[in-house]
Structures are given as C-alpha cells and as structure tokens.
Design a protein around this ligand. Structure first.
Ligand code: MEV
Length: 450
C-alpha cells in the first residue's frame, strides 16, 4: 500500500493527527482510535506534561515500573526502581540482591568523573603556530568567554576542568579538535557542555581572525565542523563489586569450587569472545537501562558509552570481571556512565521523582553506584542460571503470563497453568498444547475462531 506525504503534521491538533494517522495507516479503524485514547491520562495536567516531553505525541506508551528490594549497597538498604518490559529482569535482580545480602552486599566506588565534549574543526596551515597560539592566546579566553555559562556550575562545585588542542590530521587531513573536560556535578550536563563548546568555537574563530600571526589563507581555512559533547566518557567510571569467601558460594548440591569454576569460565568467555560478550553485556544493560529509565536518564547515551568502552582495547569484551585471590571470590563491573539527578526529566516526571525519592534522593555519584549495582546483580543472576540450571527454567516461568495473555486466558485458566507448570519446564509449545486441550480444540487457529 502506498501512502501520501503529509504537510504540516506537527501543526495539526492531537485529534487531527490521530484522524490522519488512522485514516492513512490503519484503515480508519475506530478500534485503533480507542487504543490510542485508552492510554491517555484522565488528569489533563499529567497528560499535558507527557505531551510536551516530545513532539507529535498521540498517546502514552506504558512500561512496567517495578521494584527490586533487598539491595544492600555500601552498608545501606535500597529498593531499586526498574522500568523494563522484559520478564525475569526484576525477579533476577531481586534474587541476586537476596543472595548477596548475606554475603556483605554490594560495594561501589567512583573511579573518575570527567565529562567530555569537542569542537571539531578544520585548519590548513602551520600546525606549530596554531598550537602555540592556542596555548598562549586562546586558552585563557575560552575560560573568560564562557564565564556567564559556567558561573552557576562553578558555585555547585563543577565547571570546565581542562581544555587542549588535539591534532587529528593523521586521521583526516586538516582536522583538529578542542578537547574539553568538564565536571557537571549532579547534572548529566549535555546542555551545559554544548553551550560551552559553541562559545569555544566562536572564541577560537574570533581570535584567529583578529590575530596578526596567521596568513589570510590560514584564517580562511578555519572551519568549525561541529560542537558536541561526547557520549563516550571513559573517565567517568563507577565500580560496583561483590566479594565473599569462596566457601560461602556453595549452594544446594553445587560445591563452591564447582560454581566458581563454571562462573569464572563464563566470564572469561565473555572477555575473549565478542559473540558472547554482546549477550553478556546486554544482560548487564538489562539492569542498567531499567534503573536509568526509571530515574529519568538517557539510556541511549548510557548504552552508547558502555559499548564504546567495552571495545576500548580494539576488541569488544565483557564489562564485568572476576577473580579468586587468597580464598576470596571477587566479581566486579567497571561501568562508564554519565547520569544526572537534577535537570531534565528528574524534576518533571512524577514517577521519576518518586523513583529518586525511593532511592533517598541520591546525588549523581550515588545514582551511578546504584545503577552499576543493578547491572552487576543482573549479570550475576544471568551467569548463575546459565552455568547451573540454564536460563530457560526461570525465564519461561516468568514468560508464562505473556503467553497466556497472548492466548487471552481467563483468570481461572491462568491459575490452572501456574499450578500445572509448578513442576514442569514451561515452553511455548507446551502451554499452547495444554491450552488447546483444556479448551477442547485441536489448534490455536480454532481458538481464534471462537
Ligand atoms: C536476556 O535478556 C539476557 C541474557 O541473555 C544475558 C546473558 O546471557 O548473560 C540472559
């Protein structure tokens, strides 16, 4: 089916946009209109708030908002908010939290906290002259010209940490950068960083143009390409770790030595094998993203950074590591992550505010620690299942409700299935077969005809 382009969509009313969308793409279906509208919030103020977060908002997209209790982090108890649609993630986090509560809990440490941004520019001329000019003339002016922007940040203890000129001409002819380092305290700092960078670019241009040391060709060759923060912050790192005497890891009929051998092997595989590392890190990000979203932070930035960091040595690798030393097992995650607890959604979205309240209104460093703990817990739970029972046992139990919802099971049927699968492994095929049996039909297609 072909569709015609639309003019002025953003200027249409919400009702007008829905009408256009449903007529153009959904065959004018009344049901589709109802589906979009049934997620509107009754409270028009809340709805307006959500409409204004983004553009062309027609409805709200719900995500489950769950809590994983019993996290002992640096000696304090936490209940971690998680916004995630994937079954098993919150359950796995809670399980790992309970496991470690009796073994000393989680410890966190901020290893570094530097945010970055760059003015990318082109310059054709004498490189040494540019370098000298940058240090002797431009550098101080970059600080002075951004004074109005940095004033507030400085009062909060942050600001510009360091600025340097970087020669990138080996990668691209005539390409240079102003590499800028910032401390943005409790804000993620994107707007602050980008505003500083745009001012740096103007200052650089002005100074080069006004200077007498450059030829007119050199002046004309200076072109600002772009000014933008980097989501790769390898020096904004939090470490989360757990440790306990080896003997404390014994469980059921699995000895601690056997468990550690299997667990360590799984981590080593993720350290050397990118195919496994991607899935291993995806599991970490299940925990990380869920808390990042619940606390109103930018999970795309967090994802981009984590994966760039995982590739920093030229080969994609695990973000977690483990060791056994002097009879102590240690498992840790070094996560590069830039978060904010002020600004953005943190002061606007009522559920984000609530999530931060549950976490005791943390500052950015504390939140970095909590998020890293959620990632480490998730990875521990996944590896523990993978090397012992296999992942499907727990996963499919959680997934059972999704399958039953797809089959439009009644309350009574759901109770029946929970009981039925108590001592059996859940599989999609198994659920469908039993479902057909109790409904007295042979195939799912027949169910749909009902
Ligand atoms: C599923 O969302 C995540 C896992 O695949 C992670 C892993 O394999 O480590 C279970």
């Amino acid at each position: 089916m072909t569709h015609t382009p639309v003019e002025g969509f953003s200027k249409m009313s919400k009702e007008g946009k829905i009408e256009w969308l449903v007529n153009e793409y959904l065959g004018g279906s009344e049901k589709a209109i109802q589906t979009l509208k049934q997620y509107w919030n009754e409270d028009s103020e809340i709805q307006r708030l959500h409409d204004e977060f983004s553009e062309n908002t027609l409805s709200n997209y719900y995500m489950p908002f769950g809590f994983a209790p019993n996290f002992l982090i640096d000696g304090e108890m936490h209940c971690i908010p998680m916004a995630i649609e994937e079954s098993s993630v919150v359950a796995a986090a809670s399980k790992a939290a309970k496991f470690w509560i009796d073994r000393g809990g989680f410890k966190t440490q901020i290893l570094s906290k530097v945010k970055l941004g760059h003015v990318h520019f082109m310059f054709q001329g004498d490189k040494d002259k540019l370098e000298r000019f940058f240090i002797e003339t431009v550098l101080a002016k970059l600080f002075i010209d951004t004074d109005a922007i940095t004033k507030n940040m400085q009062t909060r203890g942050g600001g510009i940490l360091n600025l340097k000129l970087v020669d990138k001409t080996e990668d691209i002819t005539n390409y240079f950068q102003i590499h800028a380092e910032f401390d943005t305290v409790d804000s993620m700092g994107a707007n602050f960083i980008n505003s500083c960078l745009e001012q740096f670019a103007q200052t650089l241009k002005r100074e080069v143009y006004e200077s007498e040391i450059f030829t007119s060709e050199e002046k004309d060759s200076l072109q600002i390409v772009m000014c933008i923060l980097s989501n790769y912050t390898p020096d904004c790192i939090v470490r989360a770790e757990v440790s306990c005497p080896v003997k404390d890891l014994a469980e059921g009929n699995v000895s601690s030595e056997e468990f550690i051998e299997k667990f360590t092997r799984a981590v080593r595989i993720a350290e050397v094998e990118p195919y496994r590392a991607a899935t291993h890190n995806k599991g970490i990000m299940n925990g990380v993203d869920a808390v990042v979203i619940a606390t109103g932070n930018d999970f795309r930035a967090v994802e981009a950074c984590a994966h760039a960091y995982a590739s920093r040595n030229g080969k994609y690798s695990s973000l977690t590591h483990c060791e056994v030393k002097d009879g102590v097992f240690r498992f840790w995650l070094d996560l590069p992550i830039s978060l904010g607890t002020v600004g953005g959604l943190t002061s606007l979205h009522p559920l984000v505010k609530l999530a931060l309240q549950v976490l005791g209104c943390p500052n950015a460093e504390r939140l970095m620690g909590i998020v890293a703990v959620a990632g480490l817990a998730q990875n521990f739970a996944a590896l523990r299942s993978l090397v012992t029972t296999g992942i499907q046992q727990g996963h499919m139990k959680m997934h059972l409700m999704n399958i039953l919802n797809q089959l439009e099971a009644t309350e009574e049927e759901r109770n029946y299935f929970v009981n039925y699968f108590k001592d059996k492994t859940v599989s999609h095929h198994g659920v469908v077969a039993e479902f057909c049996k109790i409904r007295g039909v042979k195939t799912v297609e027949e169910l749909k005809k009902d």
